[in-house]
Design a protein around this ligand. Structure first.
Ligand SMILES: [Zn+2]
Length: 179
């Protein structure tokens, strides 16, 4: 994943100043990573790379949408993504040492002799960071929940059933422990 060439930028050959790249990201991009809790990614990442003599300023603009599952009722939800992230990539003689001690997550060091940067890891991280933490259907203008009420009722009944009868899975585990 980290070596996929399409996400490598040969910045050494670029003129000083701003350069734009646009990436269309779908679920295939995430196949190399752990399973994601979203599907149907239709994400556009616009990267602006500003090349200076001793550093690169990277600006990632995340747009598009993903499909999530509501935490409460299990309905699928399409969420629009919109966020921006910046990374300052400094060229130094001792990048490993500097990366080990740098506390600012938005600053990254590479060697002065480096010719390429791979942006796949940042894209992965920033797409994930732009997904809302609260994953619920939300509310109607009148304040009522947009959740699937039938599913909520069903879940409530299942929960009550488990509390009354004990969860059979745990009962079996208890048996196993006692042996
Ligand atoms: Zn819901």
């Amino acid at each position: 994943m980290a070596n996929r060439h399409e996400y490598e930028i040969a910045f050494v050959g670029l003129k000083p100043g701003k350069h734009e790249y646009v990436y269309d990201i779908d679920d295939k991009f995430f196949a190399d990573y752990q399973p994601q809790d979203f599907t149907d990614a239709q994400v556009t990442v616009k990267l602006t790379l500003d090349k200076k003599s001793s550093f690169l300023m990277l600006k990632f603009e995340i747009g598009g949408a993903v499909t999530l599952i509501c935490d409460l009722c299990g309905n699928t939800l399409q969420k629009n993504l919109w966020d921006e992230f910046e990374v300052l990539v400094k060229m130094v003689d001792n990048p490993e040492e500097m990366n080990d001690t740098e506390e600012d997550p938005d600053v990254y060091y590479i060697s002065r002799t480096e010719s390429h940067i791979n942006i796949a890891g940042w894209m992965y991280e920033f797409i994930n960071l732009s997904i809302p933490l609260q994953r619920t259907c939300g509310e109607n203008p009148d304040g009522s929940s947009k959740c699937n009420q039938e599913a909520l009722d069903m879940l409530r009944k299942l929960n009550e059933h488990h509390i009354e009868n004990g969860n059979p899975i745990w009962k079996d585990l208890d048996k196993f422990r006692n042996n």
